[in-house]
Structure formats: C-alpha cells, structure tokens
Design a protein around this ligand. Sequence first.
Ligand code: ZN
Length: 294
Amino acid sequence: MKNQVLQGLAGAALSVFMLSGTSFAASEANRINVQATGNVPLQLNVFECGRVLARDISIFNPAADKGVSMKMAVPCYLITHPKGTVFWDGGLPDALIDKKDGLEYYEGAFNFSVKKTLISQLEEINIKPSDIDFLALSHLHVDHAGNANYFSESTWLVQDNERTIAFSKDAGNYGFIPHDYAQLKNSKTVKLNGDHDVFGDGSVVILSTAGHSPGHQSLWVDLPKTGPVIISGDLYHFQKNRENYGIPIWNSKKESIHSFARVDNILDRTKAALWIQHDMPLFKSLKKSPAFYE
Ligand SMILES: [Zn+2]
C-alpha cells in the first residue's frame, strides 16, 4: 500500500501541471454572500500534514524571486459544528513518513516530507477518519489530497468539474494523482457548482475560487471567538504571493484574477482573516491540535 502510494507519486511527477494558460468557465452561479455573525459554536483544529521545500518560488509568480527557495507548510483542518464535522484538505500522504529525505517531485522543483502522520494527530483527539461527516478538499493536487482515501466513508463535497476531471484520463494533465483519492469514487458525494453552505446556517461555507485548478475552493469559517477566517487552499501560496497577486505558472490566469477579487471583496466587507495555507510564518503562529480555535 505504502509502496503503491510512493510509486504513484513518482510516476505522476513528470506529467503534472501541464495546462498553464488554459481557461475554464467560472462558477459565478450559486454564490453565497457570507456574513460574520459568530453565533454558531464552532471549533477548528489545525494539523501538520507535511512540509514542502520549493526550490524556486518564481514557479508561483514568474515575475518575482527567481531562484529563491522557500519552506512551505502543509496543514489540514477539522471543523466541529454542532450538527457535524468537516475535514478540510488531505495533506501529503502519511506514507511519506518512511522517506527520511523526503520525496523529490516535479523534476526536483519540490521536496515533500511528512514528520508526523495525520492519523496519529487524529488519534490524539480520539477521532477516526470514519467519524468525519464531510470531506472537502481545496483541490486535488497531491499536497491537498494525499490522505483523502482515509475519508471514503464521509460525504465528499467537491466541485463537479474537479471531480469529472479527477476520474477522467486527463487527471494527470491537471496534476492530479488518481491513486490519492481513488477510494472516494463511490463515496456519498455532493457535486457542487459554486458555493455551498455546509450546515445551512452560514457558519461553514465552501467558496468557489477557481484558478489554481478548475474546481478550486476556499473555506469560510465564522468562528465565534476568533472571528471569521477564510482558509485559502492554494488561492495564494504565501504572503508575498498575495501582496503581489502572483499567479503560478499552471493556473488559469483569468479565473485566478477573478477569484482574487472575489475573496478581497469578502475580506474587506467582513474583516475576516485570510489563512494562507502554505505560508510558513502564518502556520508557525497558529495553535495546533489538540488545541483548537473557537
Ligand atoms: Zn498546495
């Protein structure tokens, strides 16, 4: 099983991220006008789900920082709502814990490593993946879907276009590794075309933010004590990438610009915090499970 995971990663490494410049129809329908009310008692746990060394961050913005390397975080999140639980993003595969020097990926542009398994962090809080009600992944790249198969008994909340590609012969061309999420194929699934209010009360809302992948999504979480946060997915990869609105080489430029503007508008209006998932300074500043945000 572990060897299969690693072979899957290695085999896919050369075929990923081939569609730079391709444009897809934006999911502008079904938008939800999120509001910060703080009136649902949510909890949010943050887990470490691997690390990425990016050896040249100009891959995230060809206009800047040629040859500069960066260590990047790979978090996963659990949201506990009175009516159920949502797991957000699947991190890098736990099986990478056996690769002491990490795994070279995308012709050495990245090194992926895992120092602490997700499953061990869930055990710390007495949760089994099968306890989770809903799984939502920002998108299906390996550093966000690596442990997706753990959650095959959850209800999968996925943009219809992302799922269609994921199970097509084109999956590799979008940087998806079907082995990572193969067991979700027969999961109970809610196919989305735009935003989705998970519990119907505005507290946990999937926001359609296409661009990095055709069905990329971010997550609005209206925490009563902490205040609202938007968990970015790969809308941006790190703080400077946000400040200069850098567009990675494999994104749809048109859709990315659209999604940047959309999220900026929500942040301005609601004063939500933006948690850029891969941003290491931000990740280091967050309290990790078993501690949680309220
Ligand atoms: Zn990523």
